[in-house]
Structure formats: structure tokens, C-alpha cells
Design a protein around this ligand. Structure first.
Ligand code: UDP
Ligand code: MG
Length: 139
């Protein structure tokens, strides 16, 4: 079981809805360790790099507009199999598939404004940690 670091972001809707503490608390209670955190309002260039894999999809432009619409909380969390654990705790993308007990399943009904981002693989996590928080946090 590998010790991993993953990138998590509370999106602008999470900050606006005062759910930052709720979201951080869930990861802490699970036993993950917070190793880096930054509150910032991303500019368009940063948001576009973060979501580069989605460029050209119908939801890409409104997604970038949403992510730069207010401050976000960019974090690095560490733990055993942290990448997949965080994804499970976030819940599925489709609101009707996000189970109760997950962050999205407990607090969201929309596909875009879904409170939280988490890296989908170890390699993605390394790129996202470096992009948002710098190379010092790389495992
Ligand atoms: N998204 C959207 N409409 C879609 C699919 C995705 O607005 O049809 C947004 C949503 O905020 C999602 C983000 O784009 O979290 C990235 O999509 P992805 O498929 O990577 O989902 P995630 O990895 O966040 O579960
Ligand atoms: Mg994704």
C-alpha cells in the first residue's frame, strides 16, 4: 500500500457556501494529512492549464469561467492510496450517481458546481501539485 500525495481543490462554490471546513474536516477525520494549502483566485491561464485535458469539450469554457469566478482552496493531502481514497470521498461526477456519504452526494445536485476537485491518478496528482503548489510538495 503506497503512501501517496494528491491534489485537492475546493472550488469557488465551496468557498462561497462556507464548506471549506466541512471538506477539510472529512479528509482529516479519515486520517489523511494536510501537507500544503493555498487560498487563491486562479487566473484564466492557470485554470486552462489545470483543465487542459478537457479543452474542446462543450463544458470546457463554462468550467474555466466557473473556476476563476472566485477564490479556491488548493491543497495537497498525503496518505495511503490518497489519490483513489480522495476520489471515493468526493463522490461521482454525475449527481444522480454521487452517493450519500460522499462530499458531492451530501451537498450538490449540479454537475459543474460540484464543490471539489481531486486528482484522478498518481501522475496527474504530481502535475497538479506542481502546477498549483510548487515542486517542493512533490513526493
Ligand atoms: N463538468 C461539467 N460538465 C460535464 C462534465 C464535467 O461542468 O459534463 C465539470 C465538473 O465541474 C467536473 C469538471 O468539469 O468536476 C471536470 O470534469 P471531470 O470529468 O474531470 O470530472 P471530475 O474528475 O471532477 O470528477
Ligand atoms: Mg477530472
Amino acid at each position: 500500500m503506497a503512501l501517496e500525495r494528491t491534489f485537492v481543490m475546493v472550488k469557488p462554490d465551496g468557498v462561497e457556501r462556507r464548506l471549506v471546513g466541512e471538506i477539510i474536516g472529512r479528509f482529516e477525520r479519515r486520517g489523511l494529512r494536510l501537507v500544503g494549502m493555498r487560498l487563491l483566485q486562479p487566473d484564466r491561464a492557470l485554470a486552462e492549464r489545470h483543465y487542459a485535458t478537457h479543452k474542446g469539450k462543450p463544458f470546457y469554457e463554462p468550467l474555466v469561467d466557473f473556476i476563476i469566478s472566485g477564490p479556491v482552496v488548493a491543497m495537497c493531502w498525503e496518505g495511503t492510496q490518497a489519490v483513489s481514497l480522495v476520489r471515493k470521498m468526493m463522490g461521482a461526477l454525475k449527481p444522480e450517481e454521487a452517493l450519500p456519504g460522499t462530499i458531492r452526494g451530501d451537498f450538490t445536485t449540479e454537475v459543474r458546481t460540484n464543490l471539489v476537485h481531486g486528482s484522478d491518478a498518481v501522475e496527474t496528482a504530481q502535475a497538479e501539485i506542481a502546477l498549483w503548489l510548487g515542486n517542493d510538495l512533490l513526493p
